[in-house]
Each structure stands twice: as C-alpha cells, then as structure tokens.
Design a protein around this ligand. Structure first.
Ligand code: HEC
Length: 160
C-alpha cells in the first residue's frame, strides 16, 4: 500500500520536473523574450547593447545588398559572390549566446535561412558566373527580410 503511494509521489515529481523542463524549453528556445508592440508586431525585448548587435548586422545586410545591386548592374557575378560571402553563416556565429536565448525560434530560423541563402548565392555566383541568377536569388532572399520585419520589432529592455 505504502509502496503504491511512494510510486505515485515519484511519478508526480517526475511529471512536475518534465513540465518544468517543457516550460523552460518553451520560454527560452521557442518564445524568446517578447512582448507585443504598439503596431501589433511581436516586440523582442533586448538590452540596448544586444539590440545594437542585431541592428548592426542588419545594416551590414543593407550595405552588402546595395553593393551587390551595383555589381549586378555591371554583370559582375564574381563581385556579387565576394559581397555575399560575409553575409553568410560565418556572420551568424558572432551572435552572443545570451542574446540567442532571447530571440524566438522562428526569428532565429528565418535569420539562419537568410544567412544560408547568402552562402548559396555566393557559391552559385562563383561557380556559374551568372549575375542575373544571383540577382533573382537576392530578390527571393529579400522576401525573408520583408517577412521578418512584418512580424518582429526590437524594443530596448526597460532601464532599471
Ligand atoms: C529574422 C528576422 C529578420 C530578418 C531575416 C531580417 N531582419 Fe532586418 N530587422 C529585424 C528587426 C526585428 C529589426 C528592428 C526593427 C524595429 O525595431 O522596428 C530590423 C532592422 C533592420 C534595419 C534597421 C537597422 C537600424 O540600424 O535601425 C535594416 C536596415 C534591416 N533590418 C535590413 C534587413 C535586410 C536588408 C534584411 C534581409 C537581407 C533583413 N533586415 C533581414 C529583423 C530581421
């Protein structure tokens, strides 16, 4: 009798632990640290220094794409490859771990996918030397910039 009761207690503890772990995974891996912005987008709550890291990466995207468009206009696929490479996965490794935990899973997935696209564009442009193809790939990739900006905002965390 008391053995059964002990078993029930053990199972209850195991159940609670599993729930806690599931909750932590949901919070730190799936949801990140978010609220809702005034315009309805999800607002990711970051420290000012973390926000600066993300926005700095964004401006590198913008500057890289600007230069890639000029290269595309010259029909210079090799220059496009060179410009795309630093926007690839290599750049994603610079993100500090604490920051990654605050970003929602969907955000990280979209972000990684954009970096992956630039690696692919660089490889294809170098191998096929086709600036028009690279330009088309860039247009496709930029749908992800648009999609992410439509869904997310970054709010600086409140100063304490
Ligand atoms: C995974 C999500 C995501 C992707 C993908 C993404 N961005 Fe952003 N970007 C953001 C967020 C969030 C902000 C902050 C917007 C805000 O707070 O209103 C931002 C801001 C920016 C800014 C403003 C930077 C500043 O200093 O204020 C630029 C420029 C930018 N993004 C360009 C791009 C370009 C170009 C791409 C595609 C190559 C891109 N982004 C892809 C999420 C993303």
């Amino acid at each position: 009798m008391s053995k059964n009761r002990n078993d029930a207690v053990y199972w209850a503890i195991i159940g609670l632990l599993l729930l806690t772990i599931a909750g932590l995974v949901l919070k730190f891996v799936v949801l990140g640290r978010t609220g809702t912005a005034a315009d309805g987008r999800a607002a990711i709550l970051l420290e000012p220094s973390e926000r600066a890291v993300v926005l700095n990466e964004m401006r590198q995207f913008l500057a890289g794409i600007q230069a890639m468009l000029e290269a595309a206009d010259r029909g210079d696929a090799q220059a496009m490859a060179k410009l795309a490479r630093p926007l690839g996965m290599a750049a994603a490794h610079d993100v500090p771990a604490g920051l990654a935990a605050k970003l929602p899973l969907e955000f990280k997935t979209l972000g990684h996918s954009v970096h992956g696209d630039f690696d692919r564009l660089a490889m294809d442009a170098e191998a096929m030397n086709d600036a028009r193809l690279a330009l088309r790939q860039l247009g496709e990739t930029m749908k992800k910039c648009v999609a992410c900006h439509a869904a997310y905002q970054i709010a600086p965390a409140p100063v304490r």
